[in-house]
Design a protein around this ligand. Structure first.
Ligand code: NAD
Ligand code: TDX
Length: 339
């Protein structure tokens, strides 16, 4: 099988490429990635020379480039990870989110129709459901929860999901969608909560916690997400949405304290800063459907996953130092100065 993986030079996409090459050595993986600020070719260095791997630099919104790649590769499966993924950036400048996340999805689906792709999989997010109140721990997002978005990022992801369902219904595109909770693990871009806090701790810099730090996220080790998508490709029913999450809810402040402790840094580094606009309070996935239908369960406990992740950042300083010493520094100044 030939599988086009878009966004494979980013955090989850690269972990998925590694997983697929390990788990399905008979398949050919073609990674299409624009290499935006979040894409990193050094991440893919270990697989670049493999015979069944090909990297193509390109924009999913560039219809001509997408169609010609499909004509050349005749993919059986397309997995779309490519997206603008950071909520704070979407609040600063929504335009590129709408372009990549919606129009890019359309271009990929049009090419998938034209070239008879057997499965189009859209990697979506739990953020399309909006948020849950902090005082109702009995509530969870199911696949039936109405779409109710808060940020330009989540609105763009929800728009793409609606378009995927429309292409399935109207044109019979054999599509599936997965909506996962917050991922963590190796190659997570330093702008996101967990890597940002690890790196700031290592550099003895302030740890900027938004608002009160009481917002809750449902964390899943990235490898478990990759395995779930692999399973959906093999056994998932077309036209279906699958929620992915591991019942692992944590308050932001507790994550930050845990990272301080693990790295032997004082909690006095914690600085409460102005809250994110429209900040979602709590995400919590009910993964019953994927568990019952496909037998998926998360394998990595948070205590182990966070240790592995911290260790990875300790052992791969050159990976993140190259990022934080470059253009990313301007973003950091803009986002956090005077906050
Ligand atoms: P990321 O920002 O780390 O990586 C995104 C990748 O997409 C980068 O390699 C980037 O170069 C590429 N890309 C961006 N625009 C592109 C374009 N126009 N054409 C081609 N490539 C382009 O993102 P991530 O955290 O790995 O997220 C991957 C996907 O998973 C996204 O669709 C995101 O919405 C979804 N998701 C993420 C999480 C999470 O916790 N990170 C949780 C649920 C769902
Ligand atoms: O400096 C920070 N301080 C802080 O308190 C940052 C970067 C974040 N936060 C808070 C905001 C959130 O409540 O931590 C929480 C997690 O923030 P992010 O890492 O930005 O993730 P989130 O907004 O939850 O979105 C993530 O999960 C769902 C991914 O970035 C999305 O791509 C995915 O869809």
């Amino acid at each position: 099988m030939t599988i086009i993986v878009t966004g494979g030079a980013g955090f989850i996409g690269s972990n998925f490429v590694f997983h697929m090459l390990r788990a399905h050595p008979e398949d050919r993986i073609v990674c299409l990635d624009k290499l935006t600020y979040a894409g990193n070719l050094t991440t893919l260095a270990p697989v670049m020379e493999m015979e069944n791997f090909r990297f193509v630099k390109g924009d999913i919104c560039d219809r001509e480039a997408v169609f010609s790649l499909f004509a050349e590769e005749r993919p059986d499966v397309v997995v779309n990870f490519a997206a603008e993924s950071h909520v704070d950036r979407s609040i600063e400048d929504p335009g590129v989110f709408l372009r990549t996340n919606i129009l890019g999805t359309q271009a990929l689906m049009d090419a998938s129709r034209q070239y008879g792709v057997k499965r189009y999989h859209q990697v979506s997010t739990d953020e399309v459901y909006g948020d849950l109140p902090l005082d109702r721990p009995d509530l969870f997002f199911t696949e039936e929860t109405p779409i109710h978005t808060s940020s330009p990022y989540s609105a763009s992801k929800a728009s793409a999901d609606l378009l995927v369902m429309a292409y399935h219904r109207t044109y019979g595109l054999p599509a599936t969608i997965s909506r996962c909770s917050n991922n963590y693990g190796p190659y997570h871009f330093p702008e996101k909560l967990i890597p940002l806090m690890i790196i700031n701790c290592l550099n003895d810099r302030p740890l900027p916690v938004y608002g009160t730090g009481e917002n809750v996220r449902d964390w899943l080790y990235v490898e478990d997400h990759c395995k779930a998508i692999d399973l959906i490709l093999q056994q998932g029913r077309v036209g279906e949405v699958y929620n992915i999450g591991g019942h692992n809810e944590m308050r932001n402040i507790d994550i930050v304290r845990l990272i301080c402790k693990a790295l032997g840094k004082p909690e006095s580094l914690i600085t409460y800063v102005t809250d994110r606009k429209g900040h979602d309070l709590r995400y919590a996935i009910d993964p019953t459907k994927i568990h019952k239908e496909l037998g998926w369960l998360p394998e990595t406990k948070f205590a182990d996953g966070i240790q592995k992740t911290i260790q990875w950042y300790l052992e791969n300083r050159e990976w993140w130092e190259a990022i934080v010493s470059g253009e990313y520094q301007n973003y950091y100044e803009r986002m956090y100065a005077g906050r």
